[in-house]
Design a protein around this ligand. Sequence first.
Ligand SMILES: Cc1cc2nc3c(=O)[nH]c(=O)nc-3n(C[C@H](O)[C@H](O)[C@H](O)COP(=O)(O)OP(=O)(O)OC[C@H]3O[C@@H](n4cnc5c(N)ncnc54)[C@H](O)[C@@H]3O)c2cc1C
Length: 171
Amino acid sequence: MNKSHRDSIQVLDCQILAHYQFEGEQYILTLDSPEIAKATKPGQFVHITVSDALAMRRPISIMSVDVDNGTFDLLYKVVGEGTRQLAERKIGETLSVIGPIGNGFKMTDKKMPLLIGGGVGMPPMISIAQAIKASDYDPFVILGSEVPFPFTPELSKMGNPCPEASHTMPL
Ligand SMILES: Cc1cc2nc3c(=O)[nH]c(=O)nc-3n(C[C@H](O)[C@H](O)[C@H](O)COP(=O)(O)OP(=O)(O)OC[C@H]3O[C@@H](n4cnc5c(N)ncnc54)[C@H](O)[C@@H]3O)c2cc1C
């Protein structure tokens, strides 16, 4: 482990604040964690225990953070048992999360950044776009996906809320 990670990676129980389903078995999960929201750099990910039945954690990239509200969002696609069980988790439940993990992207001072992502490489592009926008530049983002990517607030409202959903995604 890189020394710079030692002080930032944490094991936390994070409450599910929102959980939306989208076309193509895609889900957006909003978790409560001021610690992760504050510590995350674009390109990092978390390791999640999806249920008590599956011991092995699943890695999912951090798509966006809301430092003011102390939350972060994940976008995942159901591909197997772990992500299927994650999709069944309800608002108010807690998930064990280790993170943020990884080196993250190295930010440059280039003024016209072009971001390209496909498949599970898309959520980190949203994360870095969020950081670049906060520094007053407008990134150009190209995303490749077989199914529509639910990343705008308008699209997020069109998702089917999982039971008891009450939040929209803060992008
Ligand atoms: C650093 C990192 C970040 C990631 N970020 C994200 C993310 O932001 N969003 C996200 O949806 N996923 C992401 N993934 C992939 C995610 O971790 C896997 O999809 C998940 O662990 C699969 O677990 P499972 O138990 O559902 O499927 P498994 O039971 O492990 O696999 C079931 C079947 O699906 C296949 N499979 C597994 N993963 C994928 C995949 N990604 N694409 C296509 N087929 C697959 C397997 O080969 C297997 O045949 C990331 C992976 C890594 C390593």
